[in-house]
Design a protein around this ligand. Structure first.
Ligand code: NAD
Length: 428
């Protein structure tokens, strides 16, 4: 039976969106929280949500308005931390869920942050560079009242990159009157960014993928990989798997799906995407027109690395992979999780699998504060260690409690967050 949650007045029970998936995940972990369950409601209430109007003058002289959000879900363990998404489908429900998953992720890998997320409801491909810059700067000014190096630190997410972070850092700094490099992470190296940050999320996906493969007795060399989303996360993960001798047999993006059972040339595909903006039209593979077929591709490891709510009760039964590595946030619905569990598919949850990005963001923030920068080798070594340790701890707990890796990761994370909440106590 699904529990009917109390939802804030601005959401409706019908069509609650990704926030509903998150609430169901919290319900699943609550029986394992012991006395801390008394505090669990704290996980179901975002601490602070800011909705802003972002007006800009278009190049043709007209005025356009966009809806912007910044949600700080929880700050019990430290400042808010989480990306900024520019996408036409951004909603408050989505940003709430993404901010909550950041709280869980940061606690699961034990970096000293709470959880936050932001976004603008816009298709950035419809904007010129000048319009994009004006929109980013106005949004940053609007949310400037709640972000800051010790308050809440944004980072890149879908359709945002180093350039957007540079504009955000500059806008915040100009408003403050001094350079505040620690206000965002994922910056260009020349502005206090960290070596290895751009690749960090994909690298983390690859590292936990290798750990999961060992547990499943799967040799990465020759393993068949399918990737949905060929952006920052999916593109890098595909490259690293391919360099390790795996075969990337299918890639889907927002426009098309390309397959090749003997393995796609990932470097050539990346060059094609850099040039054209999509995998569509890539000559080194066969394009399939039925998007749903992607899920049924014959593969060992499936990496959803695009958007949330992709693996559903409709397509979960068709999945043939042995392992799912969640590069995206929230790609699997709770009902689909149950189907995959019954089929014996190992799901490595987002809050562990894609935590490499925030881990190196944490390194970037520390480096900015100390103005002392580390080598790429040091960063990758530390990242790999944290990812492996987090995966192993969650794996052991899952075995001990006989629960899924997701529930185990949520037990670890919620325990850390709620212990912090309890020790701090309620103010006033
Ligand atoms: N960038 C990070 O550091 C980071 C960290 C953790 C998690 N994530 C998550 O990873 C996912 C991808 O983020 P990213 O930074 O790689 O974004 P990105 O903008 O670099 O790439 C997004 C990719 O997804 C594809 N895509 C978009 N809509 C799609 C659809 N409907 N079907 C199939 N493909 C679609 C796009 O074509 C593109 O290839 C998101 O869920 C994000 O929250 C990102």
């Amino acid at each position: 039976m699904t529990i009917k949650h109390e939802v804030p007045s601005y959401l409706t029970q019908h069509g609650i969106g990704p926030w509903g998936d998150y609430l169901e995940q919290i319900d699943r972990v609550t029986p394992y929280l012991g006395n801390l369950a008394r505090w669990v409601e704290t996980m179901k209430r975002p601490k602070r949500m800011l909705i802003v109007d972002v007006p800009i003058e278009r190049d043709d002289g007209t005025i356009a308005h966009f809806e912007g959000y910044r949600v700080q879900h929880n700050t019990s363990r430290g400042p808010g931390k989480g990306g900024v998404r520019f996408h036409q489908d951004v909603t408050l429900s989505e940003v709430m869920a993404l901010s909550a998953w950041m709280t869980v992720k940061n606690a699961a890998v034990n970096v000293p942050y709470g959880g936050a997320k932001g976004g603008i409801r816009v298709d950035p491909k419809t904007l010129s560079q000048g319009e994009l810059q004006r929109m980013t700067r106005r949004y940053t000014s609007e949310i400037g009242i709640i972000i800051g190096p010790n308050k809440d630190i944004p980072a890149p997410d879908v359709n945002t990159n180093e350039q957007i972070m540079a504009w955000m850092m500059d806008t915040y700094s100009m408003n403050q009157g001094s350079t505040a490099s620690g206000v965002v992470t994922g910056k260009p190296i020349s502005l206090g960014g960290s070596l290895g940050r751009r690749e960090a999320t994909g690298r983390g996906v690859f590292v936990v993928g290798c750990e999961a493969a060992v547990k499943r007795g799967l040799d990465i060399h020759g393993a068949k990989i399918a990737v949905q989303g060929f952006g920052n996360v999916g593109g890098i993960a595909a490259r690293l798997f391919s360099e390790a001798g795996a075969k990337v047999v299918a890639v889907q993006d927002h426009i098309s799906t390309v397959v090749r059972s003997s393995g796609l040339d990932v470097a050539a595909l990346q060059a094609h995407v850099n040039e054209t903006g999509s995998v569509a039209g890539f000559k080194g593979g066969e394009e399939i027109s039925d998007r749903a077929q992607f899920w049924a591709v014959d593969c060992d490891i499936l990496v959803p690395a695009a958007l949330e709510q992709q693996i559903t009760v409709e397509n979960a039964p068709t999945i043939r992979a042995k392992i799912i590595l969640e590069g995206a946030n929230g790609p699997t619905s709770p009902a689909a999780d149950d189907i995959l569990h019954e089929k014996g598919v190992l799901v490595v949850p987002d809050v562990i699998a894609n935590a490499g990005g925030v881990t190196v963001s944490y390194f970037e923030w520390v480096q900015d504060f100390s103005s002392f920068f580390w080598t790429e080798d040091e960063i990758n070594l530390r990242l790999t260690r944290i990812m492996r340790e987090a995966f192993t701890a969650v794996w052991q707990l899952a075995e001990e409690k006989k629960v899924s890796l997701r529930t185990a990761a949520f037990i670890v994370a919620c325990t850390r967050v709620l212990q912090a909440r309890e020790m701090r106590g309620l103010y006033p």
